[in-house]
Design a protein around this ligand. Structure first.
Ligand SMILES: [Zn+2]
Ligand SMILES: [Zn+2]
Length: 347
């Protein structure tokens, strides 16, 4: 079994909070998560560290205080169907990102096996805090089968680097587009050593199968616009494409060969620089024919913007693209896409 060896840490940042996690771990986001409530888990097969967030007001109403909230969480663990005993190893008040926080460490004795005849142990740590600045509560939660000292230091590091809000606005970037009165506040998304800035009203989603070597993230605007970021190992496509240009060209070929595609029009292609790499920018239109029986002449016209690049530093290729059906949003889409592209860092 693969041991969770930690070489260093990297930053996870989303919805205005951030944390440093081991740079060999996987990250999984609850698909239902949004800015107001959700959870994200950092994990290896035997070790899980969660961040849960939600509306502060709701918890204040329910529990009355942070201390009572933390106590209720312990009771909930104790009530677990396989929990025979819960020993509190440590209970203290600490400070996290200038908030008062409650830290609890406990060991659960579990009944396992077919008839619950065998015993197993699970180490659990929780940090509860209330962030008035963002009107959210946060719970950091660790669950590990056997906690070795090296593993314990991981939770400590994550707790110490956790930021639920920022005292200055250095991470928020206002961008004004003088042509159309568009004003967006951007914030940072970062994971697996890449990062970019996205408008702070947008929602983020990624597939549970997304991993360091292969995956995608979808950024969705409240108006239904979407920006996709996909990545993969350059090595995995080396035998298919000799160069980045070949890979991009093969992508267009696949679109042309799609039987629903009536027309592919490349409006502009150019070489640009992104994070020091050569990148290919494309602006193109795709017309597809609707498969409706009655509306025989229904043609869908979509505008795309895309950037493709190879990051030799991390051995990955990245594609950032956006599509839009509604011509009235083209300009705004363009402005946002350009900002996301300019802020993109892959290594
Ligand atoms: Zn805070
Ligand atoms: Zn790079």
């Amino acid at each position: 079994m693969e041991e969770s060896e930690v070489h260093g840490y990297e930053t996870f940042s989303m919805y205005g909070f951030s944390i440093e996690y081991p740079d060999t771990w996987d990250v999984e986001l609850n698909p239902k998560a949004d800015r107001t409530a959700g959870d994200v888990v950092f994990k290896t097969p035997h070790h899980h560290i969660f961040i849960t967030w939600g509306p502060l007001e709701k918890m204040e109403r329910k529990y009355g205080s942070l201390d009572k909230h933390a106590e209720a969480s312990l009771r909930k663990i104790r009530r677990g169907s396989d929990v025979r005993k819960l020993d509190i190893l440590e209970h203290k008040e600490i400070h996290v990102n200038a908030h008062k926080a409650i830290y609890n460490r406990s060991r659960a004795t579990l009944a396992v096996g077919l008839f619950g005849m065998k015993k197993a142990y699970r180490e659990l740590s929780t940090v509860h805090l209330y962030c008035e600045e963002t009107a959210r509560f946060f719970i950091l939660y660790e669950s590990a089968m056997i906690l070795k000292p090296t593993m314990e230091s991981i939770f400590q590091h994550m707790k110490d680097t956790f930021r639920c809000h920022y005292s200055n606005h250095s991470h928020r970037i206002l961008k004004d587009d003088s042509k159309s009165d568009i004003l967006h506040v951007y914030e940072k998304f970062s994971m697996y050593k890449f990062e970019l800035q996205y408008p702070n009203t947008w929602r983020i989603e990624f597939n549970p199968k997304s991993a360091r070597d292969r995956g995608y993230v979808i950024f969705s605007s409240p108006r239904n616009g979407k920006v996709f970021l996909t990545w993969g190992k350059i090595e995995s496509v080396r035998d298919k494409y000799a160069t980045l240009e070949d890979q991009v060209e093969a992508g267009f070929k696949r679109i042309r060969n799609n039987r629903d595609v009536r027309k592919l029009e490349i409006v502009e292609t150019k070489k640009i620089k992104v994070n020091g790499h050569k990148a290919i920018f494309n602006n193109f239109l795709i017309e597809t024919i609707g498969t409706f029986i009655i509306a025989v002449n229904l043609v869908n016209r979509k505008a795309f913007l895309s950037i493709d690049l190879y990051c030799d530093k991390t051995g990955r290729f990245f594609t950032l693209y956006t599509s839009s059906k509604d011509p009235s949003t083209f300009h705004e889409q363009n402005v946002i896409f350009n900002h996301m592209k300019d802020s993109f860092i892959c290594h």
